[in-house]
Structure formats: structure tokens, C-alpha cells
Design a protein. Structure first.
Length: 281
């Protein structure tokens, strides 16, 4: 009886956190559209989000629907199945699409935004290098596994390691993607243009995601359900940590401030020599 109740709670947590995290992708493009501007935000955030969530989608689909990957997972985790749920796949797919839509807003001609208010939307070299490096890492892992396909999947190289590599890309992206926006808020002395609603929804989703992971592992009577899904564990913790930093910026440090004026002749190190940030309104 208790197990059935916990299974219901797990599913409820899963779909509610999926809803919270999914809804968190709407406030920023809506704010951009209403302002006809992306000023106050950085293009790096949606750009690297596409990479991260595409990787997350691929790894979730493999863990949930690939018989071969699930078999290799079971060999390494006492015959258990991955703790990935259908809501994880749905969330990753939705997040990838919404990130692409948000990225498109940094091209003023597409949305009819004022071009003079949306300069400096070039993706930074650091993000470009991360994207290229991710492709190289996954390609390298695939090459190694193809050479060692006769290894024992339980202890040697196997295709599940390629999937883990793809999932670690999402983990790495989550650890670095917030920094450009945090620095932008700090330099502007304001969170103007950056939607706090997305942060609150993201925070709630992170709490519920960790709750579902814990319940699922408890039901399996094996906490390797957590260690076997390190990306979901890290995503929840990382999201909560950075969300708290954004909330401190918005509600404590820069509350009521319109932001320090940024002049067209002042170079923004986040943008490099290719762009100049606009004066905040």
C-alpha cells in the first residue's frame, strides 16, 4: 500500500516538475517580445541551452527506450532499470524547442525587434568552443567503443558509456550556462530584462526533480538509482544553487534598481570586440 502511494507521489512529482521546468522557458521570450528587445540578457544562455537539452533528450530516449542500453544498464546496476521517466523525455524535447525559439529572438529581423536595441548578439567564442568540443568528445567515445565492442559491458567499454558521455554534456552545460547572465546582471547592477519568473519555476522544478529521484531509488531499495542517473541528480542541485544566486540578485542586491547605464562606447567583455551593449532603459 505504501509503495503504491509512493509510486503515485513519484509520478505526481515527475509531471509537476516537468510542468514547472517547461513553463520556465516561456517568461523570457514573452518578456523579450513585449519589450521588442533582448537587452539585459545574453545570447549565450539560449545558445548553450540548445546543446544541453538536445544532449539530455538523446540520453533520456536511450535510457528509456533502447533495449540494448537498458540491458547494459542492468548489468552494471544489479539488474535494475534506469530511473528515467517519460516526463524526462517530454521535458527535454520541449526545452530544446523553446531554447531554439528564444535564440531566434536575438536575430531582430525574424521578430521585428529594433535592430539598434539588439546589437551584440553574437555567440561568444567560449560557447562555440564548448559546442565543438562536445561533438569531439562524443565522437571520440563512440570511436573507442567501436574498437572495443567485444569488451564485457559490465566492466569494459560499452555503448552505454557513449550515452553517459552525451548526458555529461548536459551536466557540464548546466554548470556553466548561468555564469554569463550572472555576470551581465552584476555589471548592469540590475536584473532588468531578465525574467525572475523563469527562475522561480526552475527552482520549484529542481526541488521536485530531486524528490522524484529519491522516491524512485527508495522504491527500488537501492540508492544506485541515484548514482546511476548522475545527470538528473546534478541538474536538480545545480539548478537550485544558481536559482538561489539569481533570486539574491533580484530580491536583495538589485531590488528597485534600474541598472547602471551602459554606453555604446563601453566594451562588454562578455561580448568581445564584436558588439557593444546598449544603454539600459
Amino acid at each position: 500500500m505504501a509503495s503504491s502511494f509512493l509510486e503515485i507521489i513519484s509520478r505526481l512529482f515527475g509531471w509537476v516538475y516537468t510542468l514547472c521546468w517547461s513553463l520556465s522557458f516561456y517568461p523570457q521570450p514573452i518578456v523579450n517580445f513585449r519589450r521588442k528587445s533582448t537587452s539585459g540578457t545574453t545570447v549565450d544562455f539560449p545558445a548553450i541551452n540548445i546543446l544541453g537539452f538536445a544532449a539530455y533528450f538523446i540520453s533520456n530516449v536511450a535510457f528509456l527506450y533502447s533495449p540494448h542500453i537498458r540491458k547494459e544498464y542492468a548489468l552494471r546496476h544489479h539488474g535494475l532499470t534506469p530511473t528515467v521517466q517519460p516526463n524526462d523525455v517530454a521535458f527535454a524535447a520541449h526545452a530544446t524547442v523553446l531554447s531554439a525559439i528564444t535564440l531566434s529572438q536575438y536575430f531582430p529581423a525574424i521578430w521585428g525587434f529594433d535592430k539598434t536595441a539588439n546589437r551584440g548578439s553574437r555567440i561568444s567564442k567560449g560557447i562555440v568552443l564548448i559546442i565543438i568540443g562536445s561533438a569531439i568528445v562524443v565522437g571520440g567515445a563512440s570511436f573507442i567503443v567501436s574498437l572495443k565492442h567485444d569488451d564485457d559491458p559490465k566492466s569494459g567499454w560499452a555503448w552505454i558509456d557513449v550515452i553517459y558521455t552525451v548526458s555529461y554534456i548536459k551536466l557540464f552545460v548546466t554548470l556553466v550556462k548561468y555564469f554569463p547572465q550572472l555576470v551581465t546582471n552584476y555589471r548592469n547592477r540590475s536584473t532588468k530584462g531578465w525574467s525572475i519568473a523563469q527562475i522561480l519555476l526552475d527552482f520549484a522544478g529542481g526541488i521536485l526533480s530531486l524528490g522524484q529521484l529519491g522516491i524512485d531509488s527508495y522504491l527500488q531499495h537501492d540508492w544506485s538509482g541515484i548514482t546511476g542517473n548522475p545527470v538528473k541528480l546534478a541538474l536538480g542541485n545545480a539548478s537550485i544553487f544558481f536559482d538561489i544566486l539569481f533570486m539574491v540578485q533580484h530580491y536583495c542586491l538589485y531590488t528597485g534598481k534600474q541598472g547602471r547605464a551602459l554606453y555604446e562606447d563601453e566594451e562588454d567583455p562578455l561580448l568581445g570586440e564584436s558588439g557593444r551593449p546598449e544603454r539600459t532603459n
